[in-house]
Design a protein. Sequence first.
Length: 225
Amino acid sequence: MSPFGVLTATAAPLWRDNIDTDLIVRVEPLFGGVPREELGPHALAALRFRADGSEDPACVLNQPRYRGAGILLAGDNFGCGSSREGAVWALMALGIRCIVAPSFGDIFQGNCFQNGLLPVRLPRAQVEVLARAVAEGADAVLTVDLQACTVRREGLPTLPFALPPRRREGLLRGLDDLELTLARGAEIDAFQRRDRALHPWLHLDGARRPSLAADPAPHTDKETP
């Protein structure tokens, strides 16, 4: 995945609580073989499109001011519901790289970190201030700086946010959990060598390990005549 550093982009205020993963992307395109990089048209489709397939102008994402947004400002519990990873894929295919919200569904948040989408948690009052600022200001641009862990909007105080160190490192380096572990291969090898030296009985090789074939016959409850 692409490393995340500093993102300056249009922010769309999708101010609604409990946007679940089923609303973010329906299951049909995921099981229908749509490649993950082509899921953008299916992202938040129930909000973006009318029943006849035409764009709904009432949806903030269809308004000229916010079209092509790279940041979403959302309400509480964004990404609740089922654990489908495709919800993150669809948002990223739509062009979203960061979501700022008071809270997230736990599994969705984990999937964000695994795929390079930054979930920023801020108090609800602060997200509301940002939403009003992008709605009423001359532009709708925010800057999210993962190096400094801040959200900036011209004319407003800089807002700090926190991330678990390992999650932050993974996003900065563009690595998921497995890749972060593999990147520390030399440290892991060194630990294993030290542990073998300190606790050799825990690392018996095949030639020295007792054979199961030498074990006595398994006990049974059958009576001997």
